[in-house]
Ligand binder design. Structure first.
Ligand code: HEC
Ligand code: HEC
Ligand code: HEC
Ligand code: HEC
Ligand code: HEC
Length: 222
């Protein structure tokens, strides 16, 4: 763009002004596009993968040793947060497994150290929605039967975990438009005669999260 401006005013090597105008307009469009994208991503932390105080690997635990996500992230059974396991839970296994293949005793020792001194392990939080947005794990995992991987990606292959989705409103809402509610085994929906009649009569083609109100502003902002 700078070259086009210089040529337009001083050097005048290119005869047709239309070419200068074209370069300037295209450049401006690309930069506006970049500015809009960056503005939308302000405050979002996709791909964030900070260094953690203990080099904990999901690949070793959830991948190679096939430990269920819910064994450590017990919050998903009943609550809003998935939660991070306490050192006591780590010690269920590391009381016996005292050294690892990659880091020997060094990293695992830190767990026992934390318990002995009572000083908590200061894990750095990766995923964090703004305060004005409400999200509930048990509603998605237990009621909606959405798998962890649909939102968090192939965690069992990650040595260092990172934020997989952008956690934008568009991401939430698009999934609510496309995903069907698990109505078959859920007594709440089986007892809901009004909904069943709507589906039977063909007025509702399919029961998506959108149909049960998953696009209402107040479900996520209140
Ligand atoms: C042995 C226990 C254990 C198992 C099993 C486990 N995790 Fe974790 N998880 C942790 C610990 C400890 C952290 C915090 C350290 C870190 O971020 O690496 C964590 C962090 C996370 C985070 C990031 C939290 C944040 O700060 O935003 C996500 C997401 C996650 N786990 C998902 C999963 C999923 C999905 C599975 C199953 C495929 C799983 N975890 C299995 C212990 C476990
Ligand atoms: C259900 C059992 C189990 C639990 C719970 C568990 N681990 Fe492990 N952990 C293992 C096994 C098995 C290994 C692999 C040892 C090896 O390298 O063969 C391991 C390895 C490790 C290693 C070394 C990795 C390497 O390759 O050097 C670290 C560090 C570690 N765990 C941290 C943790 C932390 C922190 C927690 C609690 C959040 C935890 N573990 C909970 C079973 C467990
Ligand atoms: C529908 C999408 C979705 C599914 C399914 C999901 N998560 Fe999350 N997860 C999120 C969002 C969004 C956040 C950020 C929540 C916040 O900041 O309030 C998050 C945060 C987390 C965190 C860190 C903060 C916390 O809540 O403790 C962990 C750990 C986690 N998820 C683990 C899991 C595990 C394990 C599963 C499967 C059992 C799972 N998630 C299923 C969307 C999902
Ligand atoms: C991978 C798909 C998926 C993503 C991504 C997702 N959801 Fe959902 N959500 C669901 C499903 C499925 C249900 C229906 C659960 C049920 O049957 O009640 C649901 C239900 C909800 C409900 C209850 C709606 C109602 O009418 O009862 C809220 C609130 C909600 N989600 C918030 C969020 C927020 C906030 C995000 C983004 C941070 C999000 N969801 C991302 C699949 C998703
Ligand atoms: C399924 C959940 C969900 C629903 C439904 C929803 N939102 Fe959001 N909204 C979010 C999440 C999550 C964020 C924050 C993440 C982001 O976009 O950065 C957000 C962010 C916002 C923001 C701030 C945008 C910004 O960039 O600062 C506004 C304003 C907003 N929503 C308005 C609305 C309105 C109005 C409606 C109804 C038409 C609505 N939302 C419905 C989940 C939802």
């Amino acid at each position: 763009m700078a070259l086009a401006v210089v040529d337009l005013i001083f050097t005048r090597k290119i005869k047709h002004r239309a070419i200068h105008v074209l370069i300037l307009l295209t450049g401006l469009a690309v930069q506006t596009q970049m500015a809009v994208t960056e503005a939308q991503n302000l405050g979002r932390t996709r791909h964030y993968a900070p260094d953690q105080p203990i080099k904990f690997s999901h690949k070793v635990h959830a991948g190679q040793n096939r430990i269920d996500c819910k064994y450590c992230h017990t919050g998903v059974f009943a609550g809003k947060s998935a939660g991070i396991p306490s050192p006591n839970l780590c010690m269920n296994c590391h009381f016996v497994v005292k050294s690892g293949r990659n880091s020997g005793r060094f990293e695992i020792n830190k767990i026992a150290e934390a318990l002995k001194t009572g000083k908590p392990i200061e894990w750095i939080r990766i995923h964090s929605l703004p305060e004005y947005a409400y999200f509930n794990h048990s509603q998605h995992v237990m009621v909606g039967s959405v798998s962890c991987q649909q939102c968090h990606g192939p965690v069992e292959n990650m040595d260092i975990i990172y934020q997989y989705a952008d956690l934008s409103m568009g991401w939430c809402v698009n999934c609510h438009r496309q995903t069907k509610v698990q109505a078959d085994y859920n007594p709440y929906y089986q007892n809901n005669k009004k909904l069943q009649e709507l589906v039977k009569s063909g007025k509702l083609k399919s029961l998506t999260v959108e149909e049960i109100g998953g696009l209402d502003c107040m479900k996520c902002h209140y």
